[in-house]
Design a protein around this ligand. Structure first.
Ligand code: ZN
Length: 408
């Protein structure tokens, strides 16, 4: 698929700081240690609706990882998928009497616009599930042949499932107990009660064709792919095993990332799928969880249409820590707009306090598990101080652009 436009990232003077990032699987903040090329896979959208602030917060958090790795001199190979065939897309298309293909294309186009406006650096590969079907079919066939996948005994709908225990490591990514797994599996698209499965936690790899559902012919029989295997295959084909970061929202910890890892590990007999599993917290609205069922989603495109500066949206979302569940309020947006105006005035001055100390602070805070609240506080303090260095305003504007992605 076509990705979205990029923009130049300025070089920043001084010494970069290697990134330390929280890893869900080991439950600790650990150094990231990429080679010359850092590899990152962030799970993409299912394009049945516009980008809301929760999505935006996730892509912004891992955009900071991208920027810090660039600052450290790595070439960053970033891959993102688009789940352009799955149940939620079909359900929405039926509800709205829309064509699922047109709906997916329209919302994906809007997502690209939102990401470009928020200055999220684009992935090198932006890959759809539909275009990956031949690769997914080959992977599922391999899992069937190795005995880690099986067909349910159902003449009409011979779906294919993954034996969740196949790798012997199931659960290492989330660290959840069985009760939590059962709950999230049922809540988040799993089908524990499907007759014919060997175990309630076995996950769908290939859904045999149903009447009135799109399907693709294949050596597995006509059907369409499950969600987790889609990401395993796209990541493996683009990046290989042992990627530096697999990331997404915290609602993907289980089941999605647990199974994506298990599928990839079963396919390759290697471990681990990712060296870091990163997850961003949820964004609520005025103290309530933001969700499609509550109808209280705040869309990036709506804010943009209302004339809100995308840099204020970015700054507002970054004013909280990415691992802290938090609420979006009009106060947060107002504060971000005021701050953006103050920062722009500060870098438009003929002279200011020297940039070096501030840039060191920005790097230190961001390299410490993306501590954006502290980085923003450091920039606030610099903006309020007077100084005589004529080079500083430009140097600071470039550093804030490169490291925080905020164009002043
Ligand atoms: Zn994914």
């Amino acid at each position: 698929m076509q990705t979205w436009p990029s923009h130049p990232v300025p070089d920043v003077a001084g010494t970069p700081r290697p990134l330390r990032l929280y890893d869900t699987s080991s439950a600790q903040v650990r150094p990231t240690a990429p080679g010359p090329t850092a590899t990152m896979y962030v799970c993409g959208i299912t394009p049945y609706d516009a980008t809301h602030l929760g999505h935006a917060a996730t892509y912004l958090a891992f955009d900071l990882v991208h920027r810090l790795w660039l600052d450290n001199g790595h070439d960053v190979h970033y891959v993102q998928n688009v789940t352009d065939i799955d149940d939620p897309l079909l359900e929405r298309a039926i509800r709205d009497q829309d064509d699922w293909v047109v709906l997916g294309m329209r919302e994906t186009a809007l997502f690209r616009e939102d990401m470009a406006a928020l200055r999220v650096l684009p992935p090198r590969e932006f890959t759809g599930a539909v275009e990956s079907i031949p690769d997914i079919v080959a992977a599922v066939a391999k899992l069937l042949a190795s005995g880690t996948a099986y067909r349910v005994d159902d003449q009409e709908f011979p779906d294919i499932y993954f034996d969740h225990a196949a790798t012997g490591r199931f659960g290492y990514e989330s660290g959840y107990d069985r009760e939590t797994m059962d709950r999230f599996f049922a809540e988040r698209g799993g089908d524990p009660d499907r007759p014919g499965k060997r175990h309630p936690l076995d996950a769908l790899l290939w859904r045999a064709a149903r009447p009135d559902e799109p399907s693709w012919p294949s050596e597995l029989g006509p059907g369409r792919p499950g969600w987790h295997i889609e990401c395993s295959v796209i990541a493996l084909n683009s990046l290989g095993m042992g990627i530096d970061l697999q990331a997404g929202g915290s609602d993907l910890i289980f089941p999605h990332h647990e199974y994506s890892a298990a599928h990839a590990e079963a396919l390759t007999s290697e471990h681990p799928f990712a060296r870091h599993y990163g997850h961003s917290a949820m964004i609520g609205l005025d103290g309530e969880k933001m969700s499609k069922s509550k109808g209280n989603l705040v869309f990036v495109s709506r804010l943009r249409a209302d004339g809100v500066d995308p840099m204020a949206i970015r700054l507002g979302l970054l004013s909280g820590h990415y691992r802290q569940d938090r609420s979006w309020t009009t106060d947060i947006l107002d504060t971000a707009q005021t701050r953006l105006t103050a920062w722009r005035a500060a870098v438009a001055r003929p002279s200011a306090p020297p940039a070096a100390d501030l840039i060191t602070r920005l790097r230190d805070h961001l390299a410490n598990d993306l501590d954006t609240p502290q980085a923003i506080a450091a920039m606030d303090a610099w903006s309020r101080q007077d100084g005589t260095d004529p080079q500083a305003p430009t140097a600071v504007a470039q550093a804030v652009d490169a490291l925080l992605g905020i164009k002043l």
